[in-house]
Design a protein around this ligand. Structure first.
Ligand code: AMP
Length: 314
């Protein structure tokens, strides 16, 4: 089992969805990813919060054994994000992004993080993502996420970061925006031309698509949820489950990467059942295992063989 270092935002989120709303709840890319990954592997978190960050949130990380040595607490206000979702739960509408303490953040990797084998560069300023890459020794795998805010605002810096990572995670809107094409397969190929070995394009309720530079493509399903309370953090909990499982198994074969994608998908499906990361507070390994195997049954199908394929309609 290997350690994962996760850098990203630690936030206070105010979110409205068709099923309700929360004000200043625990959020952020590093938060959702760390909470999710902590079900599989030891997590080192890198981020920053202000003096207003509630102690109860720190306790939650501690209860999941997340290493907080790399979480800086500085004078000022914690990063805040405010957004809402309409009935299309795949699209977050941002009302406010208050970088606050993130505006002057200089990530510093504690000595104990430097030899981490697995690194997740969560959604954060791509210049900061690069600064973290400069400090880590020789990770086996670097996975990177981003969002429209940085694709628009820091495109050149983002492209420089992407050149240095192994796997890029994008949702479909971000992939179209970054690659300037509507076709997701074309978008994936354009990302691969920048240098990464693989790209995973997340399509919310419609699953995810992995495209590797060795030509492999994998289409992953999403576990269907009847009542999605809050999709915030789905992408990050997917990333946390994906990377957490890879670090736990320490196996980067094609088959295991596929398993890890399904684990990611399962973790995201739990995270959206409640606001913030509340569902993960009570989640058990047994529930994760059960849902993984249900998803496997739901999406498995038999090979169609030329010997028996004789449709009546010519
Ligand atoms: P997602 O997994 O894509 O739904 O990510 C949701 C999280 O991203 C929220 O909890 C927000 O706090 C965080 N977030 C929103 N905007 C930004 C931003 N510009 N930089 C870093 N984190 C952000």
């Amino acid at each position: 089992m290997s350690n994962i270092t996760i850098v990203g935002s630690v936030a206070l989120d105010s979110v409205r969805t068709p099923l309700g709303e929360v004000t200043e709840a625990l959020g952020g890319s590093a938060t959702h990813a760390s909470m999710s990954a902590s079900f599989f592997s030891p997590v080192n978190l890198v981020g920053v919060v202000g003096t207003d960050f509630p102690e109860a949130h720190v306790e939650l990380f501690r209860s999941r054994k997340v290493n907080l040595e790399g979480l800086q607490r500085v004078e000022g206000k914690t990063f805040r994000w405010k957004g809402y979702y309409d009935h299309d739960l795949n699209t977050a509408h941002t009302l406010l992004t208050d970088l606050n303490v993130f505006a002057d953040f200089h990530p510093r990797l504690p000595e104990s993080y430097v030899s981490s084998d697995y690194l997740f560069l969560g959604n954060i300023d791509p210049e900061l993502q690069s600064l973290v890459l400069d400090q880590i020794a020789k990770p086996k795998l670097v996975v990177c996420d981003t969002m429209n805010f940085w694709i628009t605002g820091k495109r050149a810096a983002l492209i420089e970061t992407l050149k240095r990572v192994d796997i890029v995670l994008l949702n479909e809107g971000e992939a179209r925006q970054l690659c300037e094409t509507n076709n997701l397969l074309k978008a994936a190929r354009r990302v691969l031309e920048l240098g990464p070995k693989a790209v995973i394009i997340k399509k919310g309720e419609d699953g995810a698509m992995l495209v590797q530079d060795n030509g492999h493509i994998f289409i992953s399903p999403t576990y269907p949820i009847e009542e999605v309370a809050d999709p915030t953090g789905a992408g990050d909990s997917f990333a946390g489950g994906f990377l957490g499982y890879l670090a736990y198994t320490d196996d980067l074969s094609n088959e295991n990467i596929r398993r890890a994608i399904i684990v990611g998908s399962v973790m995201a499906s739990f995270n959206v059942e409640m606001f913030s990361c509340d569902r993960l507070r009570t989640l058990s390994h047994d529930e994760i295992l059960k849902r993984y195997n249900i998803l496997r049954k739901m999406s498995g199908f038999e090979k169609l063989s030329a010997d028996t394929f004789e449709p009546a309609f010519a």
